[in-house]
Design a protein around this ligand. Structure first.
Ligand code: NDP
Length: 429
């Protein structure tokens, strides 16, 4: 049998049928099948994707101590990475003592592009679009009229010469509280038809851009240097080193990638908790990090008098309605936990999480080192990776702490020995 015939009409099969096919063709054991069954998507859970076989669960926690624009926030975060939530909460706590973070949203528009190929004279397209601007905007609005009723809608059309005969006609839309991908694509296709019939130029494709550079949010904070350590000299040294670490991320792309990964640890976790498209946010963030041609750190820390000042700007084209936000029941709960009232407030909170996360990471990096803070959670992960149960984890972690560089083999030996001793004890009693 070919794979095509084995998986023919797989999308029409029930969950049990799909598992049977996988078990037969992929050699799953009964235990492995049982794991999938235990993670079965709830019967009335939303079917967001195709060929579903299980509901893959990630842990959700809340980061605490966030003060943004004078408001207190509890922040739902979904992540599989230990220490992220602890670091965010810890960073936020230190920043809250200094008055918290300030966050602003400079604009909130989504852009899409209609790309033309084989353009001989760019100016002829540019002139035509300028002349027909109103008609093109009206066409876009008519393709999704409800967004206009909500106070949003198409705002701007402009052209860009991409070179080599390619031209992009960019449409910017106020998508209100939505992320807007679907409404944008609907509008673009309507506008593309007008271009084809009236400009008589075929279009190569039409799709939103995930660049997000018209949906920027900035968080900033200013923390008294004296707050960074008990001794003044140590606090001053910490501030200087944190500013230098930030500078290195501006100079060295190899470091910038890791610097930004730390920021995205927090950002992605909130974006996922809020039911948004984290691939879109990741792509946008990294493109923004390379906007001047070199990939750089997204945040910057500087010593300014007796203060350490941090800023972070991120493209955050997120929504609070539509897409998975409407379908996944946990998202509404998470919005309630965070107390989010608008997409702008969500953007402000996400960028603040990124800044607090980065503050905690850089401070740890130049002081205690990143491993010390991570160690407890890492030892817990190590214990769990060898099968320690909830009631065994603390004991395994306590013993692992006595090892120089604890490994999985150490954890396995400790667990085996511990279980043996317990069994012996039980036998004695
Ligand atoms: P939807 O298609 O669900 O559209 C959102 C809808 O919400 C609107 O059409 C609107 O419908 C309704 N709505 C209710 N209240 C409001 C409000 N206050 N403001 C705005 N709209 C409101 O989702 P999106 O268009 O936002 O698309 C997001 C999804 O698209 C995500 O799941 C994403 O993963 C996916 N996607 C992403 C792509 C990409 O990033 N490249 C490409 C394609 C899809 P109405 O006005 O009619 O009531």
């Amino acid at each position: 049998m070919t794979m095509e015939s084995e998986f023919s009409h797989f999308y029409k099969r029930t969950q049990q049928q799909r598992l049977s096919i996988l078990q037969q063709t992929r050699g799953l054991t009964d235990e492995q099948r049982a794991i999938l069954e235990a993670h079965e998507a709830h019967a009335d859970a939303p079917q967001l994707i195709e060929n579903t076989i299980a509901a893959y669960q990630l842990p959700e926690g809340v980061a605490v101590n966030f003060v943004v624009n004078g408001r207190d926030y509890v922040v739902p975060m979904v992540t599989e990475e230990p220490s992220v939530i602890a670091a965010a909460s810890n960073g936020a706590k230190q920043l809250a003592r200094a008055g918290g973070m300030t966050a602003t949203v400079s604009s909130r528009l989504l852009t899409g592009q209609i790309v033309l190929s084989d353009v001989k004279v760019y100016a002829s397209i540019d002139d035509w679009v300028a002349l027909h601007q109103t008609e093109l905007l009206e066409t876009a609005a008519a393709a999704h009229p409800s967004i206009v009723k909500r106070g949003g809608g198409p705002k701007l059309v402009r052209t860009r010469d991409l070179g080599e005969g390619f031209v992009s006609i960019d449409l910017s839309v106020d998508v209100r509280a939505a992320m807007g991908a679907n409404m944008m694509n609907t509008m673009l296709e309507a506008v593309a038809k007008v271009i084809q019939t009236k400009l008589h130029h075929t279009t190569l494709f039409s799709i939103l851009s995930n660049a997000g550079d018209q949906s920027l949010a900035t968080a900033s904070c200013s923390i008294p240097i004296a707050q960074l350590a008990q001794e003044d000299a140590e606090a001053q040294l910490t501030a200087t080193k944190m500013a230098q670490a930030s500078q290195i991320a501006q100079l060295d792309p190899m470091r910038a990638v890791t610097h930004n990964k730390g920021i995205m640890n927090g950002v992605d976790a909130v974006v996922v908790a809020m039911g948004n498209d984290w691939r879109a946010i990741e792509s946008a963030a990294h493109a923004y990090a390379a906007r001047d041609g070199q990939y750089r750190g997204l945040s910057q820390w500087q010593v300014n008098g007796d203060q350490l000042v941090g800023t972070l700007t991120l493209p955050l084209p997120v929504g609070t309605v539509g897409g998975a936000t409407t379908v996944l029941p946990l998202v509404a709960v998470n919005q309630k936990i965070a107390g989010i009232q608008s997409p702008e407030e969500l953007m402000a909170l996400i960028v603040s999480v990124g800044l607090a996360q980065n503050f905690a990471a850089i401070k740890a990096l130049v002081t205690t080192g990143i491993q010390q803070g991570h160690m407890r959670m890492q030892l817990r992960s190590l214990a769990m990776s060898v099968g320690a149960q909830d009631h065994e984890i603390d004991d395994v972690v306590t013993q692992l702490k006595t090892h120089q560089d604890p490994t999985q083999t150490d954890a396995q030996q400790i667990l085996t020995q511990m279980r043996k001793e317990r069994a012996d004890n039980n036998a004695k009693h």
